[in-house]
Design a protein. Sequence first.
Length: 370
Amino acid sequence: MSLADSPSPSPKGRGDRNPKKTTGMNTSAHHLSHANRWHIILPAIVLLCAGCRRPVEETLTGPTMGTQFTVKVVRHPGAVELAILEKEIQAELDRVDALMSTYRADSELSRFNAFDRTEWFPVSAATAEVVATAIDIGRLSGGAFDVTVGPLVNLWGFGPSKEPAERVPSPEEIEEAKSRTGLDHIEVRLSPPAVRKDLPGVSIDLSGVAKGFAVDQVAGLLERRGLENYMVEVGGEVRTKGQNLQGRPWQIGIESPVAGVRSLQRVVGLGDDAMATSGDYRNYFEADGVRYSHMIDPRTGRPIAHRLASVTVLDRYCTRADAWATALMVLGPEEGYALAEKEDLPVLLVIKSDAGFVEKATPKFEKLLQ
């Protein structure tokens, strides 16, 4: 009831013998009613305003890079328009895809791969940065992570065409493909950004690191927009910051490496970290009763054949976590774990055993989760 709805003095009151008394009583009642109403209305306004400022968790999803992305942000209403943010995220992901896709003939990387000369080929700063990171981790891993592995991936039927292999390649075919691979065949510079190869048939495949880089780019965009609590995921590679809507670290699941089954191996609470997982249990073919994984060891030219089922790596940046996960997956349970400890990496290995799966974590992985 507003002040305008308060009863006014009756016209008959003007003829009363004691108009002052009557008017005084009505005025007091009027002011008392007015004050009481505002005591009721003001707390309601305060509560309403507090509710307007309560943070909410928003989720954005869509296709990118042959897979899906998911972005969750905790924000105050009005902090940034969700529709604008969604367009900016999609534009950032499209930019990375246009630079580094091996599935698009017009991408920057595909144009370099088609370049049949050995002089410097100008590229974006982003592509040069990712290639430099890939070469660094490739050398630290003794060649287990090698972005020139494309000819071998194609030979085994796991390339961009996704044509299944009809047979196991011969040793001669493997050696011929290997002759066009190797980190020593490529070089990168950051200023001005460019890459080059010393053999015309050498190509670069960034599929083992590009999704992680895309995650980092979206994370950077969110932070520039003032968002301090978020989760970004592209094709299983994740980066988080701050907390979820419940005030807890973001709860990220590590998938159990069982072919044909979707289940969780473990849930990890991430704060300001990135996480990438690599495994051999989704993409493979079988020939003569033998399973051949899509994970190709560049050193042998053949699919991995050890008992390591998956590797999860934590890092501040998803680009590095993505590359390290692939490198350690190729190395296997013994070599991979030894290198992870040497490089002081937070890593969780899931290893196949006769009794099921066994977890083996580095001390830094356990420490971070504590």
